[in-house]
Design a binder for this molecule. Structure first.
Ligand code: HEC
Length: 220
């Protein structure tokens, strides 16, 4: 005979299983549709691939795991993307299902951009205008936005070069020991960042970082 404790326990367990079933089947979030003409590959799409997929040992030109090289436009378009048709694009499928990247799903905003970009024909676009106001140099308004191009490789326990750029303390550390500007300006003795031929930061973004450092690396 089931006593009341086991009964409620069973009920709870059943509810939990049902709930996770529903959550599991609602994986396809409601994404924003972004006007394709406003999306620029080099500015909006390539950093998502480079920072989240093209790390060494994954989908870079050397390893190209599963035959996917996701480090540049030609390679990205050569497999798994059907321009105009995201639902027929294997790359979009695994991202939508949160199967990739393996150590954390892309954000809703990143997914919205990717899906809209594929739907609009997966066009190439270089030398895009980067919105940047060199008079803004707060951590929240400028620095953390720049670092969003880097944190796919530079966050968590396996952060590349043990450089964590996902929070203020981490960015401050490399700002003060010179490694941040050393790598961004490709100075001798530093690994040049961002890697794999990704576009350099613009001079406006470099100015923002220099001003933030000059102002004491505040967490503002
Ligand atoms: C695709 C992955 C990836 C992305 C994106 C990336 N990095 Fe790196 N970063 C690395 C790797 C790998 C190393 C170690 C390279 C080496 O030692 O040769 C590194 C090293 C560094 C270092 C230490 C350099 C040194 O020589 O001391 C800094 C600082 C750095 N990155 C900052 C950045 C910044 C800032 C960005 C964004 C603008 C960025 N990284 C984007 C992978 C990445």
């Amino acid at each position: 005979m089931m006593n009341s404790k086991t009964f409620f326990g069973t009920l709870l367990l059943g509810g939990g299983v049902l709930l996770s079933f529903f959550i599991g089947s609602c994986k396809h979030e409601n994404l924003d549709t972004i006007n394709g003409d406003s999306i620029c590959f080099e500015r909006d799409i390539l950093p998502i691939f480079v920072s989240n997929c093209a790390m060494s040992g994954c989908h870079d030109a050397t390893t190209h795991a599963d035959e996917y090289d996701l480090s540049n436009y030609t390679a990205i378009l050569s497999k798994g993307i059907k321009p105009g048709n995201p639902n027929d694009s294997e790359i979009w499928e695994v991202i939508q299902e949160n199967e990739m990247p393996p150590n954390g799903a892309l954000t809703r905003e990143q997914k919205s951009y990717l899906k809209s970009w594929i739907a609009a024909g997966a066009k190439n676009g270089i030398n895009c205008v980067v919105q940047c106001d060199s008079n803004v140099f707060t951590y929240s308004g400028a620095v953390s936005k720049i670092m969003s191009n880097c944190i796919g490789c530079h966050s968590g326990n396996n952060a590349s070069a043990q450089v964590n750029l996902s929070n203020h303390a981490g960015v401050q550390t490399v700002a003060l020991n010179g490694r941040l500007m050393g790598s961004l300006l490709s100075k001798a003795g530093f690994a040049s960042m961002p890697p794999y031929g990704s576009p350099r930061l613009t001079s406006c973004q470099i100015t923002q970082l220099n001003k933030w450092i000059g102002n004491g690396c505040k967490n503002d």
